[in-house]
Design a protein around this ligand. Structure first.
Ligand code: IDP
Ligand code: MG
Length: 138
């Protein structure tokens, strides 16, 4: 199994709801190593750059406004198959489809307020980690 790194963010709703400890505890208990971590507040411009892949989607403005509305916790997670392991721990994007026992399944009440971000592929993980590293944010 490949050792991978992936980019995780506890979104402003997860921070505001006091879920940082629970989320990080899940990662650690499942063997994902936290290689870097920082609480920070994205500017609207940084959120738009991060989510550029979604710029044509109807939810782009609400997503990026929300992501820049308060502090987040950004992390680089590392482990065997870390990208997929992290996605499995997160649960489905649509909160109604997120299985119980996943972060979104246990906590999310709206798709636009779904607690957590995680890279969805090796290409995304590389791009997202480089974006944070290049800006000196992680
Ligand atoms: P992901 O976070 O599971 O990778 P993406 O499709 O990459 O999901 O979408 C990015 C984020 O945009 C989601 O986590 C969610 O917060 C928001 N989003 C996606 N689809 C919708 C939607 O249909 N309505 C509202 N927000 C959405
Ligand atoms: Mg995504």
């Amino acid at each position: 199994m490949p050792i991978e790194q992936t980019l995780s963010m506890i979104k402003p709703d997860g921070v505001a709801r006091g879920l940082i400890g629970d989320v990080i505890g899940r990662f650690e208990k499942h063997g994902l190593k936290i290689r870097a971590m920082k609480m920070l507040h994205l500017s609207l411009e940084q959120a738009r750059a991060f989510y550029a892949v979604h710029k044509e989607r109807p939810f782009f403005d609400s997503l990026t406004t929300f992501m820049s509305s308060g502090p987040i916790v950004a992390m680089i997670l590392e482990g065997n198959n870390a990208i997929q392991v992290n996605r499995d721990l997160m649960g489905a994007t649509d909160y109604r489809k997120a299985a119980p026992g996943t972060i979104r399944g246990d906590f999310a009440q709206q798709t636009g307020r779904n607690i957590i971000h995680g890279s969805d592929s090796p290409e995304s993980a590389k791009r997202e980690i480089e974006l944070f590293r290049a800006q000196g944010k992680l």
